[in-house]
Design a binder for this molecule. Structure first.
Ligand SMILES: [Fe+2]
Length: 143
């Protein structure tokens, strides 16, 4: 799954790409989920927040036992463009999230629209990435 990620259980920001399609989401009819804070506490931190499911959240749950925290923030929130680029949902974050989001923003130049026109050579790249995988992950991951 790709595209912007966003908090569930609270009002949708108009900073989410294609937010007009939330009209078809059943959560929009649940008043408990459509206030600014919804089911969350103000400033309670993103750890309390259930984000929409996507490749960010999927890989975060694989990597959370192995990677350092700044890397986990990059993994988990890199598609949270409404948050890290548009400043939406700041009221859900705590100061630790705001500090860690400097890492999410530092990762951004390597995300969306950063791809090269020439096709990368997997054979040439594999030793580099294999080395990183071996540095941070055991042979078998648990999740
Ligand atoms: Fe991604």
């Amino acid at each position: 799954m790709v595209g912007d990620t966003f908090p569930t259980g609270c009002a949708y920001s108009d900073k989410i790409v294609f937010h007009e399609f939330f009209a078809a989401n059943p959560d929009i009819k649940n008043p408990a989920y459509q206030t600014q804070l919804g089911v969350y506490e103000k400033g309670g931190g993103l750890e309390q927040v259930d984000m929409s499911w996507g490749h960010d959240e999927f890989f975060y749950h694989i990597a959370k036992e192995y990677l350092p925290e700044p890397a986990l923030y990059m993994v988990r929130y890199h598609s949270f463009y409404p948050g890290h680029r548009e400043g939406a949902y700041d009221y859900l974050m705590n100061d630790h999230d705001r500090e860690m989001f400097q890492w999410v923003r530092a990762f951004n130049p390597y995300d969306l629209y950063s791809k090269s026109a020439s096709k990368p050579d997997p054979k040439e790249l594999k030793p580099y990435y294999q080395g990183l995988i071996e540095k941070y992950f055991p042979r078998q991951v648990a999740f």
